[in-house]
Design a protein around this ligand. Sequence first.
Ligand SMILES: *Cc1c(COP(=O)(O)O)cnc(C)c1O
Length: 233
Amino acid sequence: MTREQELAEALTGVRERIAVACDKAGRDPSEITLVAVTKTRPAADVRLLAGLGVTDIGENRDQEAGPKAAECRDLPLTWHFVGRLQTNKVKSVLRYASVVHSVDRPRLVGALSAEAAGRAEPVRCLVQVSLDPPEADGRGGARVEDVPALAEAIAAAPGLALGGVMAVAPLGEDPGPAFARLAEIAAAVRADHPGASTISAGMSGDLTEAIACGATHVRIGTALLGGRRAIVG
Ligand SMILES: *Cc1c(COP(=O)(O)O)cnc(C)c1O
């Protein structure tokens, strides 16, 4: 089997899982954007996925994503940055990414806005919410009580548009209740900012639970692309 056939088969499988999850939730699959998370995989895979109809690509490390996106410049793709973002990487990330899923602190809002101000198209920013218990520090994401202020800061920042919220299911907990909490947080944000309609939730292992709780964007890596190469450092 060629790599293209392999990816085509995996893509069909993921689209079927999305369709089944939508059916169960009484939703339409057209409400769900599939973001293919291509981290650790080569630009050749991105090109094949684009040929198969994938329009949205997610990456989590700028060092890897920058050259990959440059190689794929000719393709009609939307690039999503989904990883931890350091302020000194903002300039580089905004060369290719038009959506940033991982805005988790005010300082990052300032850095993104400084870079994006004056652009024709605002950079769509999601507030990454931590669904972990408070003591499980270090996995990224704003604390729930800090979400409203962060959302407000993004909405007010030149060059940025508040897209909504993003989260990763907590470790060692059933993803269903966690995504239900995220849905409530998303509704509260939307009450203040009606345009903030994105809920980015669901990965290869928990896309069904995420779609049941209103996810609009699922971020799928391994189920599409297979196992990842280990990254050292
Ligand atoms: C790697 C990654 C994904 C994809 O995870 P899979 O389990 O491989 O589908 C989604 N979101 C983020 C933030 C990631 O870093």
